[in-house]
Unconditional design. Sequence first.
Length: 393
Amino acid sequence: MSTTTGLATPLRLGPLTIESPVVLAPMAGITNRAFRRLCREYGSAGGSGASSLYVSEMITSRALIERGELTMKLIEHDPGESPRSTQLYTVDPVTAAAAVRILVREDRADHIDLNFGCPVPKVTRKGGGGALPWKRDLFRSIVAAAVREAGPYDVPVTVKMRMGIDEGHETYLDAGRIAEQAGAAAVALHARTVAQAYSGEAQWAAIGRLKEHVRTIPVLGNGDIWSAEDALDMVARTGCDGVVVGRGCLGRPWLFADLAAGFAGRPERVRPTLGEVSDTLRRHAAYLCDFYGDEAKGCRDIRKHIAWYLKGFPAGSQVRHRLALVNTLADLDELIAELDPAAPWPGAPAEGQRGRSGTPRRVALPDGWLDTRELTPAQAALVAAAEEDVSGG
């Protein structure tokens, strides 16, 4: 146990040791190389040397095999980025194995995470994402195929999943046991069902139940971590081995400094002024421009982050609106100059939930999906098309 907090030891994934037991959740359109760089800078600040695990955006196995231009860009890592972590979405063991082979044989990743938690209707209606663990044999064969290909290269494979399709069709205990038996290095549970999507409250008690059920590999908890205190509370209440942080870091990459301090037993927390937030926003924009190799694309991408960065600050509706339309770094600099750099951290108005939430919904599934835990021939054909629906160049 940690000598400072008694809550968590470093996270061990096969040969990897993650000093701060924190994982950046893969988020589409967010966790590209630029954002990961920013999070890493904060996570290792203060001389602690603490490092977390920063996972890429979700990559579809089919798009990787086809070596689409965008996909090959999304699996890029900074020269100093270590460990290099990539998340794969897949619905087929053969495709999964081929994608993992590319990553490990070409030395493109030090860690691979498998996505079995996506709640997007176009994915679940074909049996993919959070719907897939319902089919136990298919889930087992995919995890085993990935582990088989990655094992000889000492690249650990982990699994991220949800509690199940809905409250009447939970899968996480079975999936945790299957992943453990198939050789996964860890399992991460977003403590919501697919039906919940991002609505309501995460059911942390499920993380505790999974920890009791899975004994030989780490269990990570995900859901409603908005602060370092939330992360420490989750570990204390559930006994999980680490946390996965998603929406809580939107517009707040310094959360990783808070998390590193919290797990090291230190009390300091980052509470930036508006000037310091503006500097971070500007640096993020510059990193995006570098990532895309195109200033216009980088500035278009930073737009969606503006509201998250400015949440709770007295920025004014006009400035916020104009910031959300920037086309160049010069435009961004001009508008940042209109903000009051001395404005202090606003406290509660800047804390708490951010990003999408929505409402519970009926999950779109293939016909007869819930009739049996095994995959029928007709469903197998449908699932094979699921990857095509979300793959891209």
